[in-house]
Structure formats: structure tokens, C-alpha cells
Design a protein around this ligand. Structure first.
Ligand code: ZN
Length: 150
């Protein structure tokens, strides 16, 4: 057995919507994915990582598009994590430009944040773009959609 989640994470990793907006988003997610096992709101003091699990394929540089070695990324993840992720700017191994871990191009998408709302086994396939925009309106922030497969 495997499980799937659709997680919505603000583009700004430090953004946390107020409780009324969180509840509104939870209600709407339950309408959009009525078969979901659970709709969960996650709020943390520190910036945490929302990974895509088994959907991870590769990561790339946001400037030049070159694939970044996973070993380099794992070292930066260890370096960056100190009582939550600092999201410091690191020099890319390819082109020498600077990027935080949150700005790297992950396939599939992954995100860092203090807030997420996720649906477990939503059974709706990909989240329709119109719903993503609706959640962005409800929560007052641009969102990343993370599909986690475990
Ligand atoms: Zn580069």
C-alpha cells in the first residue's frame, strides 16, 4: 500500500495565513476532495521541508537549468538546517550564481514553509489550476503544489 498527499505551501516560506483563512481553505479542500482520508493544516514555528517522497526525480539550477547533483543538495540541506531551515543563499555549482534551497527547480515540486494544508489520498489526480487559484485567493498568497508519494 502506498499513500499520496496534495500539499499546498505558500511561495513565501515564512508566510502563515490567519486561522480564519486556514479554516476556510480546509472546508474548501474537503469539498474539492470529498474522498480524502484527511485534510490537515500544518503550522510550525520554524521553516520545515515539504518533500515529494517517491515522486522525486531530479533538481536543477533556477538560473541556467543545469541538473544539480543530489549529493551537493544533501550537503546544503544539512548545512542549512539549524533549528529550522535558514534558507541562506548558496553559490550554485554550475554557474556560480546564488540561490536558496527554496528557489531550486525540483522535479516534482518541493517546498519549504511554516504553513501547509494537505489532503491525504485525495483521489482527484492533479489539482486543477482553477482550484489552485481559488486557494490562493482564500489564503492570500501564491502557492506551490507538492504531490507527495510514499
Ligand atoms: Zn546554474
Amino acid at each position: 500500500m502506498s499513500d499520496n498527499w496534495i500539499a499546498l505551501v505558500p511561495d513565501d516560506p515564512r508566510f502563515v495565513p490567519d486561522a480564519a483563512k486556514q479554516n476556510r481553505a480546509r472546508e474548501r479542500f474537503a469539498e474539492i476532495a470529498p474522498e480524502a482520508d484527511e485534510i490537515e493544516i500544518k503550522v510550525s514555528e520554524k521553516v520545515v521541508f515539504f518533500d515529494c517522497g517517491g515522486n522525486f526525480e531530479r533538481l536543477g539550477c533556477p538560473f541556467c537549468g543545469v541538473e544539480i547533483p543530489v549529493e551537493w543538495w544533501q550537503e546544503r540541506m544539512g548545512e542549512d538546517h539549524d533549528d529550522g531551515f535558514k534558507l541562506a543563499a548558496y553559490t550554485m555549482p554550475c554557474c556560480g550564481k546564488k540561490s536558496t534551497l527554496n528557489e531550486l527547480v525540483y522535479e516534482w515540486p518541493q517546498a519549504f514553509g511554516r504553513f501547509a494544508i494537505d489532503a491525504m489520498n485525495p483521489n482527484i489526480g492533479k489539482l486543477d489550476d482553477k482550484f489552485k487559484r481559488e486557494f490562493e485567493d482564500i489564503l492570500g498568497t501564491k502557492l506551490r503544489v507538492v504531490y507527495q508519494h510514499i
